[in-house]
Design a protein around this ligand. Structure first.
Ligand SMILES: Cc1cc2nc3c(=O)[nH]c(=O)nc-3n(C[C@H](O)[C@H](O)[C@H](O)COP(=O)(O)O)c2cc1C
Length: 174
């Protein structure tokens, strides 16, 4: 798949197949792509806790407060992305009054979900979760920013038409 094919085929999977496990080499390809993601001042200010087996099930439960995100219970892999504290002042970030770490984590998530798509896997970025529970489950002290659920989509899960802003509301060429 070239990039545009990946972008067209990636969608938030909310219909995982609970009976299909993800091959180790596919998971490794996703993690390899994560290591290539760019970040401000090349700091890579994040850590990935890759949860499989029983831990993945517990992590999935922690993404369902108020009954949301129950579809994660069927995905065999949950990647918990935590944000590392700054190791040194980022002068650019201070001058711009912008903490780029969330931006970096967003790009990382795009890499992970793009590679998952290239591997024929479904994925969903999850921003709604019980952070305290996740920290306990994954033994993390740092802020948890996102969880990415990964697994095979069910066979009958169709590619949905993308709902996006009209191009005129999204960009202009000057
Ligand atoms: C930062 C972020 C957080 C998200 N959190 C959730 C979530 O908690 N639950 C969920 O079902 N989808 C979540 N999504 C998925 C978005 O709803 C989805 O990307 C958007 O509706 C576009 O649909 P698509 O991914 O299928 O193209 C999240 C996406 C992002 C980028």
């Amino acid at each position: 798949m070239n990039f545009i094919e990946i972008a067209e085929n990636r969608q938030s999977c909310r219909n995982f197949d609970p009976d299909r496990q993800v091959e180790t080499e596919k998971l490794q390809a996703i993690l390899d792509s994560a290591t290539l993601s760019p970040s401000a001042v090349n700091r890579q200010p994040y850590f990935l806790t890759v949860c499989t087996g029983e831990l993945a099930k517990e992590v999935a439960k922690a993404t369902t407060p108020l009954g949301f995100n129950k579809f994660t219970l069927n995905s065999p892999i949950q990647i918990v992305i935590s944000e590392k504290p700054p190791v040194a002042p980022n002068v650019g970030a201070k001058m711009k009054k912008c903490d780029y770490r969330s931006v970096d984590i967003g790009i990382l998530s795009a890499y992970i979900t793009a590679e998952a798509t290239a591997q024929g896997l479904g994925s969903c970025i999850i921003g709604w979760f019980d952070e305290k529970k996740l920290r306990t489950l994954c033994d993390l002290k740092d802020t948890v920013r996102l969880v990415i659920s990964i697994g095979y989509a069910k066979e009958d899960d169709k590619l949905r038409p993308k709902k996006r802003k009209a191009p005129k509301d999204l960009y202009k060429i000057l």
